[in-house]
Design a protein. Structure first.
Length: 367
């Protein structure tokens, strides 16, 4: 693997991509350092796969340049590209009568002669890659009999033993269950950090993209909508804008999707806070019961979920003490509901107003 002090493992400048010589997305600028993970997100059909296929040369580049290190890909031979970049795309191979080890071994073909004979060094790298992804026991196992998660590990081993500076992956978690997704992405993060391999991939799972990415490229309406760090991209309200969510919301603090709240006159008042009410809010939403919540400070972990699901939330500004005004508003709302659920078991001095609400609810027989 050729590691030097260059700044970028891959850089795309003024890239135009599309089909049949018709540009689909223009003015794409991408820069990925060694050891960085860049994730593409966006609605289906926005062009994520088109960008990746153009980066790897599967589609003709309609404009601009793509550089691997300091070299323009147009001036590189297929063998040189294969020794610098490896690929794991959505279309999975179906090799007949091949073992998992034999599939992984194909990652060393860019380094073999015309006869494709593996040397001892090649086999050592294949074994190391299989061990790195936890697939060493699958070496002699038929590839087509392996599970989806096992196949993805083997294909990743193939990409790793290719000894690349850059790995490009299109929706690599599509066929995996929750455990498989987490284990696979843990491998990707380890690969980037330990081997300083630049990773470019597309993901549908926003929560995972938010957690593993160093940079995120957002595609919408045939253009790059935003490009930045997860902290810059996953701002409140932006995922709703990017995906045009008409119902529901994405919570960047929790990395979770929430259904749209039930509308109508609230029939139940929930006293929550400090994470105590989240399960109740979601259960009431599933049961289609309109409810109100109070009193929550805007920095409370309950607040984003309550705001997404409740008809009304009585709140105080972050770190501000709960005041008499908020208490009176919550009291009126609680009285109009006539039924109360209290999720708090203890009340501190900051929660004095909620303690008073719970006491009133008990006295009135609402709780």
């Amino acid at each position: 693997m050729r590691r030097n002090m260059r700044e970028w493992a891959l850089a795309a400048k003024g890239m135009e991509v599309g089909y049949d010589k018709k540009p689909f997305i223009k003015n794409i600028e991408i820069r990925v350092r060694p050891g960085e993970i860049l994730t593409l997100i966006g609605p289906n059909g926005s062009g994520k796969s088109t960008i990746l296929k153009s980066l790897i040369g599967q589609l003709e580049l309609l404009g601009g340049r793509v550089y691997l290190g300091e070299r323009d890909m147009k001036g590189m031979s297929p063998g040189e590209i294969a020794r610098t970049m490896s690929i794991l795309m959505t279309q999975r191979p179906s090799p007949e009568l091949m073992t998992c080890g034999e599939v992984a071994e194909t990652g060393r073909y860019p380094y073999t002669g015309r006869l494709g004979m593996l040397r001892g060094e090649d086999r050592r790298k294949v074994c190391q890659a299989m061990e790195m992804v936890g697939a060493e026991k699958l070496y002699d196992f038929p590839f087509l009999q392996a599970s989806d998660g096992q196949r993805q590990r083997v294909l990743l081993a193939r990409a790793i033993c290719q000894d690349p500076d850059v790995i490009v992956m299109d929706e690599p978690t599509s066929f995996l269950d929750i455990r498989g997704k987490l284990e696979f992405l843990e491998l990707i993060v380890s690969l980037a950090r330990e081997k300083k391999t630049a990773v470019i991939l597309s993901l549908h799972e926003l929560d995972l993209a938010q957690k593993i990415s160093d940079r995120v490229l957002c595609i919408r309406d045939r253009c790059v909508d935003r490009y930045g760090t997860p902290e810059e991209i996953f701002q409140k309200g932006y995922m709703e804008q990017l995906f045009r969510l008409k119902k529901g919301s994405y919570n960047p603090d929790f990395g979770s999707l929430e259904l749209a709240g039930i509308q109508g006159q609230p029939s139940l008042f929930v006293i929550g806070g400090n994470g105590s009410g989240i399960e109740t809010y979601r259960r009431l939403r599933r049961q289609a019961i309109p409810f109100a919540v109070g009193i929550l400070q805007e920095n409370d972990v309950d607040y984003p979920v309550a705001s997404a699901l409740a008809v009304r939330v009585v709140s105080e500004k972050a770190y501000e003490p709960m005041g008499e005004k908020a208490y009176k508003e919550a009291k009126r709302l609680m009285e109009s509901c006539g039924r109360v659920v209290c999720c708090l078991n203890e009340f501190g001095t900051v929660n004095e107003m909620n303690r008073r609400l719970a006491q009133l609810a008990r006295e009135k027989g609402w709780l």
